[in-house]
Design a protein around this ligand. Structure first.
Ligand SMILES: CC(C)(COP(=O)(O)OP(=O)(O)OC[C@H]1O[C@@H](n2cnc3c(N)ncnc32)[C@H](O)[C@@H]1OP(=O)(O)O)[C@@H](O)C(=O)NCCC(=O)NCCS
Length: 167
């Protein structure tokens, strides 16, 4: 099967929604609103980069990157997520390829990035739990960061407002 990793196109949007929905359906602690967050980010022009994984003209994976705010005023940091691969396409390296493609862009354009996820999966890309970066309301052992200049700021992180739909 030929795999293409590329930025999203407007005509991909319905398939992207479906992939995110189906991927997060069985995830514990998910509020199953990740597709709505992506829609809201897109509506607000806050999707810094996106990548879809396409196999045989079918979208089977997706990753989004959006800006985050640091309480110390430092700029150049981004949040990764959601990352989603259709259950039928999982465990074949697509999630890793989407992440590597996002990181390729981020290494060239960002100071660092953060995400909320399973350390077991994300540590392979260099993400680590740090003392200094805090996401209020999130379990600290799942909030991870990757700096591209070895400097990890001490700051509270706020994602784009699209991640806080009820506030
Ligand atoms: C996480 C996800 C994107 C990985 O996609 P993938 O294409 O299966 O990833 P890869 O094939 O590159 O890597 C798979 C390996 O990563 C590890 N892995 C994947 N998810 C993991 C998790 N939640 N916890 C720990 N390790 C995990 C496992 O070692 C897995 O290997 P295995 O399938 O043989 O057990 C996919 O499982 C998914 O969409 N999950 C639901 C949504 C989600 O939790 N997204 C992440 C939070 S934003």
């Amino acid at each position: 099967m030929i795999l293409t990793i590329r930025p999203e196109h407007p005509e991909d949007i319905p398939a992207i929604r479906e992939v995110i929905k189906v991927a997060f359906k069985a995830v514990p602690h998910s509020e199953n609103n990740e597709h709505l967050i992506v829609d809201a980010l897109r509506d607000d022009d806050a999707l810094t980069i996106t990548r879809v994984a396409e196999e045989e003209d079918k979208i089977v994976g997706y990753i989004a990157v959006s800006p985050v705010t640091l309480s110390n005023g430092e700029s150049g940091w981004y949040g990764i997520g959601p990352l989603a691969v259709s259950p039928t396409a999982q465990s074949r390296g697509l999630g890793s390829k989407l992440m590597q493609s996002a990181l390729l862009w981020l290494r060239e354009n960002a100071k660092g990035c953060v995400l909320l996820g399973e350390p077991e999966f994300y540590s392979q890309f260099g993400f680590k739990v740090t003392d200094g970066l805090i996401l209020h309301g999130a379990p600290p052992e799942y909030f991870m960061a990757l700096s591209f200049n070895h400097h990890y700021p001490r700051a509270d992180i706020t994602y784009h407002p699209s991640f806080y739909p009820s506030s």
